[in-house]
Design a protein around this ligand. Structure first.
Ligand code: ZN
Length: 237
């Protein structure tokens, strides 16, 4: 019986992962095992005939953070739905009407699509609304928080800019301009602080040298842990 079960498992074409859902497994003649995301957000694995299926789960577990990010890039970013909480305080409301409308009203992002609006365009309208709300939250929160943390730590910066760079949470120029991604508003507060302190530390150390990490840990003792945690999130919209 045990033998039968293991031979069935070896021919399974789909495995299930709590985070990524059903993963289709293709048996290949090649020698390497790989897992990659498709444009619909699902994962597909290539597995040599002689390698057991459990190796796919092992590979996924070992590369979970990286897979999450590439999957988001490949599928064109996150999907937002009616009723979703956005940033720290906004809500998304998607309805159907005679005209396409995107606006924020109070803490609600109101997006109206027409019955004949193509899905890709509807997604874009929703993302426009999400950007509006996140930009508003970022402008209200981040400069104040940055000024406060700078005062606490004694770092000095010149000015703050807002970006929507796809691959980074923040940056710091040699002239002391700190650029902050509006997507920061989708992070837990302690990780926002980590990014702000990280960029403030760059006003003294422009690289990621050991001096930089020492100085950062001075003002953010659990910087190493937070650096690991932030990999679970992606600045992709
Ligand atoms: Zn850095």
């Amino acid at each position: 019986m045990a033998r039968l079960f293991s031979s069935l498992a070896a021919t399974a074409k789909i495995i299930h992962d709590d985070e990524f859902g059903d993963i289709h497994i293709k048996r290949t003649k090649g020698a390497t095992i790989s897992v990659r995301p498709k444009t619909d957000g699902s994962l597909v694995a290539s597995l040599p005939y002689f390698v057991p299926v459990r190796e796919v789960q092992r590979l996924i577990n070992a590369n979970r953070d990286q897979l999450r990010v590439t999957r988001q890039k490949t599928s064109g970013g996150k999907t937002y739905r009616d009723g979703d909480a956005i940033g720290k305080s906004h809500h998304l409301r998607v309805s159907t009407g005679p005209r396409e409308i995107v606006k924020t009203r109070g803490l609600t992002i109101d997006v109206t699509v027409r019955p004949d609006t193509p899905p890709a365009r509807a997604d874009q309208l929703i993302k426009d609304g999400v950007v509006k709300a996140l930009r508003k939250e970022a402008k209200a929160y981040l400069p104040r928080r940055l000024a406060y943390l700078a005062m606490q730590t004694g770092f000095r910066y010149d000015q703050v800019r807002f970006t929507h760079a796809k691959s980074r949470w923040g940056s710091c120029s040699s002239t002391g301009t700190i650029s902050l991604n509006i997507m920061l508003m989708t992070l837990p507060n302690e990780l926002i602080d980590y990014v702000l302190l990280h960029e403030l530390t760059h006003t003294k150390h422009m690289n990621h040298s050991s001096e930089f990490w020492r100085a950062l840990e001075n003002v953010c003792p659990d910087a190493k842990q937070k650096r690991r945690l932030i990999k679970r999130y992606s600045p992709y919209l």
